[in-house]
Design a protein around this ligand. Structure first.
Ligand SMILES: Cc1cc2nc3c(=O)[nH]c(=O)nc-3n(C[C@H](O)[C@H](O)[C@H](O)COP(=O)(O)OP(=O)(O)OC[C@H]3O[C@@H](n4cnc5c(N)ncnc54)[C@H](O)[C@@H]3O)c2cc1C
Length: 378
């Protein structure tokens, strides 16, 4: 493709090499910006849990050029299944929608596999990657002068804060903002062999807790379970299998099969759910926050990763089309605020319904309405 005009930024620093940061780096490099990506983790590693992928997330994965690999190495299928606590089918939610184009309606993947796919593309795109590095200070002015943790400094037309829910960039840009808030639920995740009956995202509703399973590859799946806990207290690793099996005790059918297969060596993560949604604007003087740094959601709609990738792509598009960085960031903000609010607000609403043990019908309606909205173009 022959580019007609120069991008609004010649250089960009992306702080954080997670899903948002890598997507932004790829999108900015594609439109001709010289991109440097840094991550504070010297090993650039992610932990081994699975994530659920929605149709809109698959659409953005296609745009990022990783859909074929996701389909080959992860799992995709159409439709979601809602079952009762004993595993009897309650409803099938259709995820197909012409607005999504030629992508499946749902899927799942292991975080390390997704990280591998994105990071290989980043490395192949000529993006400079520096690991074990963070930002010590951001000076005022344009271009932005950045001082790094190793004492070096450099100037960039655009700085992208993609450093996750506990973003240090956010603290530098908007000091005094409240910290992310714990929502009173702990998310348990168990990585295990795929149960033969789990061939798509499946929820088990109407029991004391919300439980779901999702394939992440032909062989593997993960189970999540949301436990209401007023005050989070971390359990020692060796206590996780026993406590998870206890929480699954009221369930029959597939959940009981999975519970009976838990061993002391099972891969289990228990994480408190926290959220933050920044008021507009998410940018100031050439520095913009994207992904969880700006809008960290609880996982009920399984859309945090999709929103993070869309942020990156929209940023690239607006930098390509605008006359100035400021104009690009204003346009970016206009396209992202309401869409990300839909995800965060509906996820919190689902959390409230779960804690109030609301009916499956009520919860399914919120999921269907929100997913339909998200199928619309970003
Ligand atoms: C329990 C749970 C389950 C979830 N399940 C799903 C799901 O099923 N589907 C889905 O779509 N989403 C899910 N999400 C949401 C999704 O994980 C996030 O929205 C997504 O990872 C956000 O990506 P990010 O790049 O913004 O942040 P992160 O993935 O957190 O990446 C931030 C990166 O920045 C780096 N970093 C941090 N601080 C610094 C610093 N100071 N300097 C430089 N680098 C730094 C980190 O090392 C990391 O690489 C879930 C979230 C949780 C908590």
């Amino acid at each position: 493709m022959i580019r007609q005009r120069k991008p609004a930024a010649r250089s960009a620093l992306v702080i954080g090499g997670g899903i948002a940061g890598m997507s932004a780096a790829l999108a900015l490099a594609e439109v001709g910006v010289a991109v440097r990506l840094i991550d504070s983790d010297p090993d650039w590693k992610v932990y081994g849990a699975g994530i659920t992928i929605t149709g809109p997330t698959l659409r953005v994965m296609k745009r990022l050029g990783i859909l074929d690999r996701v389909m080959a190495e992860g799992w995709t299928a159409d439709g979601l299944l809602a079952c009762d606590a004993q595993g009897a089918e309650l409803a099938r939610i259709d995820t197909s929608d012409a607005a999504l184009g030629e992508v499946p309606g749902a899927g799942g993947i292991l975080r390390p596999a997704l990280h591998q796919m994105l990071s290989e593309r980043v490395r192949a795109s000529g993006i400079a990657v520096d690991l074990g590095l963070s930002v010590r200070a951001l000076a005022q002015g344009q271009p932005r002068q950045v001082t790094f943790s190793d004492g070096s400094s450099a100037a960039y037309d655009l700085v992208v804060g993609a450093d996750g829910i506990f973003s240090a960039t956010r603290d530098m840009l908007f000091p005094g903002l409240p910290a992310p808030k714990y929502v009173g639920q702990v998310c348990w995740r168990l990585m295990t062999e795929r149960h033969p009956q789990i061939d798509r995202r499946t929820y088990f509703l109407g029991g004391p807790l919300k439980v779901g399973m999702n394939p992440v590859s032909p062989e593997g799946m993960y189970m999540f379970l949301l436990e209401p806990v007023p005050q989070f207290q971390r359990l020692p690793d060796e206590a996780l299998p026993g406590r998870l099996a206890e929480l699954m005790a009221p369930y029959g059918g597939i959940v009981a099969d999975v519970r009976d297969a838990i061993t002391a060596g099972s891969t289990i993560v228990a994480r408190p759910l926290e959220t933050i949604f920044l008021p507009e604007p998410w940018y100031r003087d050439g520095v913009v926050l994207i992904g969880d740094a700006a809008h960290a959601t609880t996982p009920q709609l399984a859309s945090g990763a999709g929103m993070a990738m869309e942020d990156g792509l929209v940023l690239g598009e607006e930098i390509a089309r605008a006359d100035s960085v400021e104009a690009a960031l204003a346009a970016f903000q206009g396209r992202r605020y309401a869409r990300c609010a839909t995800v965060v607000e509906n996820s919190l609403q689902l959390g409230r319904l779960e804690r109030a043990c609301s009916t499956p019908v009520e919860q399914i309606r919120v999921v269907e309405d929100a997913l339909k909205k998200l199928n619309e173009p970003y």
